[in-house]
Design a protein around this ligand. Structure first.
Ligand code: HEM
Length: 509
C-alpha cells in the first residue's frame, strides 16, 4: 500500500517536472504557473466563483474575465507582466506608457497575431483581422482605402448611415411613451450599416436572414469567450469531438455560404469600374491584379466580408447601448447635448458628420461614452513578429501579447474623473474638445481598428439624430441602474429598457 502511494507521488512529481513551465530569461515577471493549466486556474478562481454565483443560468462564464486585473497583478509585477495560458506564455500590457512603447513605437514588431487559437481556426487563416504578413498588409490597405473612398461613390457612407437611422427613428416614434429593449435594435442597425457598405443590401428588421446572422455572430462570440474555447485552445486532442465549440465552425460556414452567394450575385450584376459597394471594389481590384501573384481571391474576399461583419456589429451596438444607459441616468448631460445640438442644427433637416466640429460638448459626451463602455477591453490578442525588448524585458518572437486597453481607459493618472461618466474628461478649461492620448478604445499602432472612421461616424450620427428627436428616461420601475459590463471579447451592458419620449416640438427649433 505504502509503496503504491510512494509510486503515485513519484509519478505525480515526474509529471509536474515534465510539464513544468519556466519563464524565459529576463521575461516579464508574473505569478508562478502550474503544469498544464499555467495561471488560468489561479487567476480565474475568484472570478469564476463570482460569475457562477451571480450569473443567470444561461449566461456563460467568460474566459476573458480571467485576464482582467482583478488580482492586481500590475501592482505586484509592474505595467508589463506575464501569465501562462496553459503552457503558453503571454505578456500583458497595462497603462498608456507600455501600450505606446509596444503598439506605437514598435508598431510592426507587435503587430503579429497568434496563429493557434480557436478563433484562428474558425477564420480558416484568411481575411484581415487574424492574418499576418503580406495577406494582412494587402487586405488591410485595400479595406482602409475602400472605406475612406466611399465618400466618392454614388451613395456616400453618411447617406447609408442616415438611411438606416430613419428606421431606428420610426421604430422609436412608434414606441414613444413606452420603454423598449434597445439591444436587438442597435445590433440590427449596426449589422445593416456594415452590410450596406459591404454588399449594398439593407435588410428589413423583421428579415429572417438578418436575425439569423446576428444570432450566429452573438452565439459565436459567446462561445469564443467561454470555457469551451479555453478547452479547445488547451487540449488539441479534443478538437475533433462533437463538443459545443463546433457551433462556431458551423456558424462561420453558414455565414461564408451566404456571403459566397452574395459574391456570385455581384459577379453577375456588376459593371466593372462602377462599384456599388466594397464587394464590387474587391472584384475590380482582383481583375486589375490578374495573375500577379497577389493574395486577392474570392475566398479571401468572403473571409474579409466575414471579418468586417463580425468586427463591425457587436462593437458599435454595445457602445451605443452603454451611451444610452449613461444618457438616461445622467439627464443633465443629455440636456446639455440636446441644447448644443438644437443650436448648431437649427432648421437643418439632418445632422452631418462635419457638424461635430461645432459640438464640443456632444463630442466629449460620445468619447466619454466610448471610454466608459470599454467595448473591447483586451483588444484583439497580438503576437511579436521578432525578438524584442520592452521596458527592460526580453520578449521572444511569437510571444502572445494581451493589450489591456481597459487599464488605459481607466488609468487614474490619465483622467480627471477616471471612475465617473463625465464628459469633462474630454474638455479643457475653455470648454474645447480635447482628446487625451490615453483614449484608445480602438487600440493603437499598425493594428488599430480598421473601422474606426466608420464607427465614429455611426456613433455621432446615431446619437445626434436620436437626441435631437427624443428624450431618453430611465424607467421608473427599473430599480437602480447597473453599469457592470458583461465581460467578453466585446463587452456590453446588462439588458435594460430604454424609456422613449418624443421631445417637445417647441424645443426642437
Ligand atoms: C465602436 C466601435 C468599434 C470599436 C470600439 C472597435 C475596436 C477595435 C479594436 C480594439 C480592435 C483591435 C485592434 C488591435 O488588434 O489592437 C479592432 C480591430 C478591428 N476592427 Fe474595430 N472597432 C469598432 C468598430 C469597427 C467597425 C465598424 C469595423 C468594420 C468596418 C471594424 C473593423 C475592425 C477590423 C477589420 C479589425 C482588425 C484590424 C487588423 O487586424 O488589422 N471595427 N477594432
Amino acid at each position: 500500500m505504502l509503496s503504491s502511494l510512494i509510486l503515485l507521488w513519484i509519478g505525480f512529481g515526474l509529471l509536474f517536472f515534465l510539464f513544468r513551465t519556466r519563464r524565459p530569461k529576463n521575461f516579464p515577471p508574473g505569478p508562478r504557473p502550474i503544469p498544464i493549466f499555467g495561471n488560468l486556474l489561479q487567476l480565474n478562481l475568484a472570478d469564476l466563483l463570482n460569475d457562477l454565483r451571480k450569473a443567470p443560468h444561461n449566461m456563460p462564464i467568460h474566459f476573458i474575465s480571467i485576464f482582467r486585473d482583478k488580482c492586481k497583478l500590475s501592482e505586484r509585477y509592474g505595467k508589463v507582466y506575464s501569465i501562462y495560458i496553459g503552457r503558453k506564455p503571454a505578456v500583458v500590457l497595462n497603462g498608456v506608457q507600455a501600450m505606446k512603447e509596444a503598439l506605437a513605437t514598435q508598431s510592426l514588431v507587435f503587430a503579429g497575431r497568434p496563429q493557434d487559437l480557436m478563433i484562428n481556426h474558425a477564420g480558416e487563416f484568411k481575411g484581415v483581422a487574424l492574418t499576418t504578413g503580406p495577406i494582412w498588409k494587402e487586405h488591410r490597405r485595400f479595406a482602409l482605402i475602400t472605406l475612406r473612398n466611399f465618400g466618392l461613390g454614388k451613395q456616400s457612407m453618411e447617406e447609408r448611415i442616415l438611411g438606416e437611422i430613419s428606421y431606428i427613428t420610426s421604430h422609436l416614434e412608434k414606441n414613444a411613451g413606452k420603454a423598449i429593449d434597445p439591444q436587438i435594435l442597435f445590433h440590427k442597425a449596426a449589422f445593416n450599416i456594415i452590410c450596406s457598405v459591404l454588399i449594398g443590401i439593407r435588410f428589413k428588421h423583421e428579415d429572417e436572414f438578418l436575425k439569423l446572422n446576428i444570432h450566429y455572430i452573438t452565439e459565436s462570440t459567446t462561445i469564443l469567450n467561454g470555457p469551451w474555447a479555453m478547452i479547445y485552445d488547451m487540449l488539441p486532442l479534443l478538437r475533433h469531438l462533437p463538443l459545443p465549440f463546433q457551433k462556431v465552425f458551423q456558424n462561420s460556414a453558414n455565414m461564408r455560404k451566404s456571403l459566397g452567394e452574395q459574391v456570385s450575385q455581384h459577379k453577375k450584376t456588376r459593371v466593372p469600374g462602377e462599384p456599388r459597394d466594397l464587394t464590387d471594389c474587391y472584384l475590380d481590384e482582383m481583375e486589375k491584379r490578374g495573375d500577379d501573384g497577389s493574395s486577392f481571391s474570392e475566398k479571401q474576399l468572403i473571409a474579409c466580408l466575414l471579418d468586417l461583419l463580425f468586427a463591425g456589429t457587436d462593437t458599435t451596438s454595445n457602445t451605443l447601448l452603454f451611451a444610452f444607459l449613461h444618457l438616461m441616468t445622467h439627464p443633465d448631460v443629455q440636456e446639455r447635448c440636446q441644447k448644443e445640438i438644437d443650436e448648431v442644427l437649427g432648421e437643418k433637416e439632418q445632422a452631418s458628420f462635419e457638424d461635430r466640429h461645432m459640438m464640443p460638448y456632444t463630442q466629449a459626451m460620445i468619447h466619454e461614452a466610448q471610454r466608459v463602455a470599454d467595448t473591447v477591453p483586451l483588444s484583439a490578442f497580438h503576437a511579436t513578429t521578432k525578438d524584442t525588448r520592452l521596458m527592460g524585458y526580453d520578449i521572444p518572437k511569437g510571444t502572445l501579447i494581451i493589450p489591456n486597453l481597459s487599464s488605459v481607459l481607466n488609468e487614474e493618472s490619465q483622467w480627471k474623473f477616471p471612475h465617473d461618466f463625465n464628459p469633462s474628461n474630454f474638455l479643457n478649461d475653455k470648454g474645447e474638445f480635447v482628446k487625451p492620448e490615453a483614449f484608445m478604445p480602438f487600440s493603437a499602432g499598425a493594428r488599430v481598428c480598421l473601422g474606426e472612421g466608420l464607427a465614429r461616424m455611426e456613433l455621432f450620427l446615431i446619437l445626434v439624430t436620436l437626441l435631437r428627436r427624443f428624450k431618453f428616461v430611465w424607467p421608473e420601475d427599473a430599480g437602480v441602474p447597473d453599469y457592470t459590463p458583461i465581460f467578453g471579447i466585446t463587452q456590453g451592458p446588462k439588458p435594460y429598457r430604454l424609456g422613449v419620449r418624443l421631445r417637445d416640438r417647441a424645443s426642437l427649433h
